[in-house]
Design a protein around this ligand. Sequence first.
Ligand code: HEC
Length: 154
Amino acid sequence: MLIKVSKSLTLLVLAFVFFSFSKNIYLETEQKNELKEIYQEKPSRKSIQAGYILYTANCVRCHESSGIDKMNLFPPLAKSDYLLKDQKRAIKIVLFGAKGSMKVNGKIYRGKMSGESHLSDREVADLMNYINHSWGNKGKITTKSMVKKIRESR
Ligand code: HEC
């Protein structure tokens, strides 16, 4: 009887140790990936590809697949000085939208864009990585934790 109890107790302890250990491994790889992203000059292809899919679903109807202002209505994202100048501001626009006036590549736009705050931090980072690295844009890298910070600072 005593042996049986101590056996199951050992098993329980082992299971607990294994569980906390595997959780640590997981957290470590997550953190490592984040660090890897920050020190890379370009976002991963995986992130840009995920961003392309999100862009097609959420942004293309106004900003066009080419990122240019085709209808003379929505500001361009391709080679946009406004986008590339201030990364934080661009993340804020994607999350919370924009209204009023803004000058993009020398032209004043007075429109309204609603935010996409339902997208996850990862998704917004992927979107940013896509628009900052498409159509000849050479923007910075956006990480999940940058988006998280901006979302929380509001
Ligand atoms: C309904 C149309 C519409 C949709 C959809 C839309 N936008 Fe916009 N976007 C606008 C308008 C209009 C402005 C300018 C707002 C203003 O004048 O204040 C803008 C401005 C911007 C800007 C800053 C200006 C620039 O050109 O650099 C960025 C960046 C941007 N949008 C990204 C996105 C992204 C990414 C998505 C998809 C998640 C998206 N937009 C979806 C209409 C839209």
